[in-house]
Every structure is written in C-alpha cells, then in structure tokens.
Design a protein around this ligand. Structure first.
Ligand code: ADP
Ligand code: MG
Length: 242
C-alpha cells in the first residue's frame, strides 16, 4: 500500500490555481523529488501534505487515512510528518538539545530523560554530538540545517518533507546536508523533497516529478527524466538549470 496518496488536489490563492489536479503516490521508503520553476507549486504541495494549507478539491491519504478530511486530527497528522524548510527556523533562545527535544516532550509527552537520550543518539549519528549545549547562532548554517532535520526526525515521523533545505547554504556547507539526506535514505526514510540541486535530485531520488504551472507534467526515475523526458517543457526546464 502507498504510504502517501495525493488524489486530484487543487489549490488556489485569490482565485488563481496554484495546484491543478495533482496526483502522486509515494511508497514506503521511496524518495520523491519535486522539481520545476519557481512558482510552479512545489512548496504549496508540501504544505498541503502537512496540512499547513487546506486543499480546495481532491484528497490526501497517509497510511490509508484521509488526512484532508475536515474531521482529521491535524496534530496527529503533524506528528506523523516531519517538515524542514529552507530557513532553518530553530528557536534561537534554546540550545540544540532543547530544540530537538521540544516536540517529543511537549507534543508526544516523552519523558525528558528519554527524549534527551534519543536526541543525543541522533546528534551523534549526524556528527553533532559536541553541539548539544550550543545555541543556534554558535553553529554554521550547515550545522543549523542538520539540527533542523534532526529536530524533525526526533518525533519519528513516517514521512519527511524537505523544502529546499540546501538553498540558503553556502556551497561548501551544502555537502554536509546532502550527507544527512543520503543517510536518511539509507535508513529507509520515506521523503519528498523539493530542490534546485539537480545533482542531489539525481543522486537520491527514486522518482522525480516535474511540476509546471501547478500541473504534475511528468514523473519517472531520474535516468528517464534527466536522460529522455517525454515533454518539451521538461527538457526546456532542465536546459535552464543544468
Ligand atoms: P514553488 O515552491 O514551486 O516556488 P510555491 O508553491 O511557493 O512555488 O508557489 C506557487 C504559487 O503560489 C506562487 O505564484 C506563489 O506566489 C503563490 N502562493 C504560494 N503561497 C501563497 C499564499 N499563501 N498566498 C498567496 N499566494 C501564494
Ligand atoms: Mg518553494
């Protein structure tokens, strides 16, 4: 069964459609990349999946439950989906450890000792063991983004949504974050990511989706999309970014 199903999703802002009947299936452990020009609807699609936006039409199912049902428990859905944005959005007045343990403790009611133990394990796994007591402004951009990803992982989500997580970083710091994404893939995490980094996209994706003006124009394995796309629009986009 699909872990996530997006069925005929429409979303407009001020009467202008931004998503036009998007269909997407994501299997457990699959890594899906969304590519397309700025404004094509990539972030909006991720925000709809995390219920940060309500859809106008269509449905989204997570593990078979319709999460776009108005009666769905939004907090419960957000517990099952981790999201990380371009801007790391760490709480500046809290240490790394407190940032990472906040949601497990407050939302999931995990005891402090256990939450901290798990946080230390995750920090160690991603090379940040010594930074547990540091504040965000004492870290590089790449380290902050790694902490943001770890914070999202700390609630043990079923699905991770990564929206341009390398875009705000200097090129030399991008590598660190790519390493984390590769690790996550190896650990079997199901992910949907948006990116302008075609190298990353080719490298980690099982499936690449090209969005064009809110339409999911084509999808396929990276070799197909980058090597032999069906649509002229896809070729045009790839020529402009590669
Ligand atoms: P992408 O991530 O592919 O660059 P977005 O999903 O951010 O695209 O945006 C798609 C379109 O929707 C853009 O034209 C954007 O201006 C518009 N949009 C996104 N969010 C809002 C919003 N909250 N209110 C109004 N317009 C929005
Ligand atoms: Mg975006």
């Amino acid at each position: 069964m699909s872990l996530l199903t997006v069925e005929g999703v429409w979303k407009s802002f001020h009467g202008r459609p931004v998503l036009r009947g998007v269909d997407l299936e994501v299997s457990p452990h699959e890594v899906v990349s969304l590519i397309g020009s700025s404004g094509s609807g990539k972030s909006t699609l991720l925000r709809c999946v995390n219920l940060l936006e309500t859809v106008d039409d269509g449905a989204i199912l997570l593990d078979g439950d319709e999460i776009t049902d108005p009666r769905a428990d939004v907090d419960d859905v957000r517990k099952r989906i981790g999201i990380v944005f371009q801007a790391f959005n760490l709480f500046p007045h809290m240490t790394v450890l407190d940032n990472v343990t906040l949601a497990p403790r407050q939302v999931h009611r995990v005891a402090r000792d256990r939450a901290e133990e798990e946080a230390h394990d995750l920090l160690a796994k991603f090379g940040l063991a010594e930074k547990a007591r540091a504040y965000p402004d004492q870290l590089s951009g790449g380290q902050q983004q790694r902490v943001a990803i770890i914070r999202a992982l700390a609630t043990r989500p079923r699905l991770m949504l990564l929206d341009e997580v390398t875009s705000a970083l200097d090129p030399e710091l991008v590598v660190e974050v790519l390493g984390v994404i590769r690790e996550l893939k190896q650990s079997g995490m199901t992910m949907i990511l948006t990116t302008h980094e075609m190298g990353l996209c080719r490298d980690v994706s099982d499936t690449v989706c090209f969005l064009d003006g809110g339409v999911l124009l084509e999808k396929g394995p990276p070799e197909k999309i980058f090597g032999d796309p069906d649509h002229a629009r896809t070729r045009e986009f790839l020529r402009s970014v590669l």
